[in-house]
Write a protein of this length. Structure first.
Length: 321
């Protein structure tokens, strides 16, 4: 067998994963590798289930959301002999390098696997949450931001017509990167994220002040990780004179055709990942740093918490007066 690259997509899907699969496959082939796509996240490594990817078989997928390899959340991979089994699968298939496309949980799995194998394990950050340390942006984030912005622009129309307050819940169980950027781009009157606890009293005060200024409609963008948004809607309604409605955007944010930016990032990250495998580098991730595609230490990326710029909350507040 010749030189071989494996690909796995793991954790929550993100628009642009297919663009990354396509680019790893085509660039890998151009550099003399055959490429195997492991199916259903880490499960594909546990069960040695893969499909052979060729430049032709990845045709027509750059514009598709989701992942043709399917994905799973598989926390057990790091326990009960999972990574040992994964390493065995890499060895059986003579894998020189494995490209792991996913978020922080997938990177932790990749790091654990890298400790059991000599194959190059390279992380490509892809999650709508944009919460992977070492990269300014993850594949899929831009698409999710645009999806949420498009939905909120529509919600704003009805909010203004009815002079209502809308709480719009966006994804982000642990982090508020998506909510922050979406809030800024939609002129949200309030942005609620897990990293910055805001009291009900503060939210009600801002809404009341706006109402006194003649701004009776409002958008509150809340990350899913702040707690119960339905309770929040009820509480705000009882503390203000406004009608409050809740709209949960949910999984629509995870799907859809990737934006040009998500496709570009996926393609450039993939190129760098294959490059690192060609150089025999291991335990690396790729990332965007100040506009440049960079190599990142996988352990750093997997173990550190990405900082969020809370000053942007102040910016958003000034912009929404
Ligand atoms: O990791 C991306 C994400 O969409 C989070 O924002 C969200 O909390 C979570 O996945 C939902 O996970 P699941 O797909 O397991 O329901």
């Amino acid at each position: 067998m010749g030189k071989t690259i494996g690909i796995v997509t793991s954790g929550g899907d993100a628009p642009g994963m297919n663009a990354a699969i396509r680019a790893v496959t085509r660039i890998g082939h151009a550099k003399g590798y055959q490429v195997l796509g492991f199916m259903r996240g880490w499960d594909g490594l546990l069960t040695n289930t893969y499909k052979r990817l060729t430049p032709r078989s990845v045709g027509g997928i750059i514009q598709q959301g989701g992942t043709i390899l399917h994905t799973l959340r598989c926390p057990s991979f790091e326990q009960e002999g999972g990574t040992e089994k994964g390493a065995e699968t890499l060895s059986i298939n003579d894998i020189d390098g494995l490209v792991v496309i996913g978020g922080d949980g997938s990177f932790r799995g990749a790091l654990a696997l890298s400790q059991q194998t000599d194959a190059s394990i390279i992380g490509v950050p892809a999650t709508i949450d944009n919460d992977v340390y070492g990269t300014d942006e993850t594949v899929g984030f831009d698409t999710a931001v645009n999806t949420a912005v498009g939905a909120i622009d529509k919600i704003r129309d009805t909010a203004i017509s009815h002079e209502r307050i809308f709480i719009v819940e966006v994804m982000g169980r642990k982090r508020g990167f998506l909510a922050l950027e979406v809030g800024l781009c939609t002129g949200a009157e309030v942005i609620l994220i897990p990293e910055n606890i805001c009291t009900l009293h503060d939210v009600a005060r801002i809404m009341d002040e706006n109402s006194k200024k003649g701004k009776r409609a409002g958008i509150i963008v809340a990350a899913e990780g702040i707690g119960s948004t339905s309770q929040l809607a009820a509480d705000i309604q009882s503390q203000t004179e406004s009608e409050v409605r809740l709209s949960i955007l949910g999984y629509a944010q995870r799907g859809g055709s990737p934006t040009a930016r998500s496709r570009l990032l996926a393609s450039l990250f993939a190129e760098k990942a294959v490059d690192l495998i060609c150089q025999g580098m291991s335990n690396k991730a790729v990332g965007l740093q100040n506009g440049t595609i960079a190599e990142v230490d996988l352990e750093m990326a997997a173990k550190n918490k990405k900082p969020i710029d809370l000053r942007l909350l102040k910016t958003a507040e000034m912009l929404s007066t």
